[in-house]
Design a binder for this molecule. Structure first.
Ligand SMILES: [Zn+2]
Length: 120
């Protein structure tokens, strides 16, 4: 999964749909107060490699703590299939929820890096 590939992602009800071109070579999870509740697997990609195909008007935005990350979840089904943020150098990034890719991919859990967001 280290080669770049175009993946399709969507929320549960299908209102929110996107394509993203990325390698799944930096998958991570996070133990911060929000991520541990969501239980998502993240992969960051430059915003230019992400195309929101539908559902822009069906997203609710949520920010907390430093408010650097815009968590976006579907108003209908509540699933956060991606978030928007930055890389700290001024570049716009997206964080896709690998668990929302369709068709589902087999995630090699041994490849997931554990981000200690709770103590960041
Ligand atoms: Zn939905």
């Amino acid at each position: 999964m280290s080669e770049a590939h175009t993946y399709h992602g969507q929320c549960h009800c299908g209102a929110v749909q996107y394509d993203v071109s990325t390698a799944l070579d930096g998958m991570g999870d996070c133990n911060c107060s929000r991520c541990r509740r969501v239980g998502w697997v993240l992969q960051s990609a430059p915003a230019g490699q992400f195309t929101l195909l539908s559902g822009a008007d069906n997203l609710t935005s949520y920010r907390f703590n430093t408010e650097n990350i815009e968590h976006l979840f579907c108003k209908t089904c509540g699933i956060e299939s991606f978030a928007r943020g930055g890389d700290g150098k001024g570049n716009a990034m997206v964080m896709i929820n690998v668990n929302c890719l369709e068709p589902a991919i087999a995630v090699d859990r041994s490849m997931i890096k554990h981000w200690d967001g709770a103590n960041w």
